[in-house]
Design a protein around this ligand. Structure first.
Ligand code: HH2
Length: 286
């Protein structure tokens, strides 16, 4: 197994400095009525905060709070509504001791979240909106740059690549360069191939198998495979029954260099990583 250079990396993440000498778990907190994985479960403040605290107890190293579903066909959410969903949850969790990421495509909300204490901004749109990079460059937030092809409403209709790994890797490298040009140092940047975002099952599997090529860009890689339709297609399970398949995919991702796993099932992922970490750190006598 190759030894990945993420082991020597640190990530500046707001006031936190994360040492990436083991894979980290990012727990998903969807404050939405319609997310594909858990829509409606944690839609109000109390339920979202209680869920977030449970994920921390289960071993989440950081949390990703989102107020707009990105599943194909999801309704667009206004800035006002997304702000109303997300910022109170962020505020309530500021003292929780873990870095808080905000999952948004809206530059104005990025700005407000950074000012309110977010440690990371996660943008499935790769910070392509006008002003998105500027919205975060003056802060100390980390950024997660994700690849997608097309727009969420239609992205799964006919995704096409000549070479999915080269194209995703090339896109992410170009966006890292754009972020650096906007004043964001590499020590604040994470990249994500965007599993399920404008990709067929074959594209997703090819990317997962070759994730180390994306990791070779030298920036930590975040992988979001949890409960996704690729896991459903492979296991023939409904979304609430994809934990085993998701954990298998998460382990494959860390073996191929993922530094951060974005997951719904924190406890299960934590146990799997405990086994993986023990095997990785055992000293072999010869
Ligand atoms: N996946 C989802 C949302 N945000 N961000 C990153 N960086 N990577 C991902 O793979 C990713 C993401 C979709 O999952 P979920 O939040 O559970 O669903 P929904 O978008 O329906 O809220």
């Amino acid at each position: 197994m190759p030894s990945f250079h993420f082991r020597q990396m640190n990530l500046q993440c707001g006031t936190f400095r994360l040492v990436l000498n083991r894979p980290l778990i990012m727990g998903v907190v969807n404050v939405t009525p319609d997310s594909f994985s858990d829509g409606g479960h944690y839609h109000n403040l109390d339920a979202a905060v209680a869920h977030a605290r449970r994920l921390i107890d289960e071993g989440a190293d950081l949390l990703d709070i989102g107020g707009e579903s990105t599943r194909p066909g999801a309704a667009a959410v206004s800035l006002e509504e997304e702000r109303r969903r997300v910022l109170p949850v962020l505020d309530a969790l500021l003292s929780s001791g873990v870095p808080l990421s905000i999952d948004t495509q809206k530059p104005q909300l990025m700005r407000e979240a950074a000012a309110a204490g977010a440690a990371m901004i996660n943008d499935i749109n790769g910070f392509e909106a006008a002003d998105a990079l500027q919205a975060v460059s003056g802060s100390d937030c980390a950024i997660c740059i994700m690849h997608k092809q097309g727009q969420p409403q239609t992205m799964q209709q006919a995704p096409q690549y000549r070479d999915v790994v080269a194209e995703v890797d090339g896109y992410l490298r170009a966006r890292v360069a754009a972020a650096e040009a906007a004043g964001i140092t590499q020590s604040r940047i994470v990249v994500d191939p965007g599993f399920g975002f404008g990709k067929t099952l074959e594209h997703n599997l090819t990317l997962l198998r070759a994730l180390d090529r994306v990791a070779a860009a030298g920036v930590p890689v975040l992988a979001g495979l949890s409960r996704k339709s690729m896991i459903g297609a492979l296991t023939e399970r409904e979304v609430g029954h994809r934990v085993f398949g998701s954990v298998a995919a998460a382990l494959i991702a860390v073996q191929r260099g993922a530094a951060i796993l974005r997951v719904h099932d924190v406890a299960a992922t934590r146990d799997a990583l405990a086994v993986w970490n023990a095997v990785e750190s055992i000293k072999i006598k010869n």
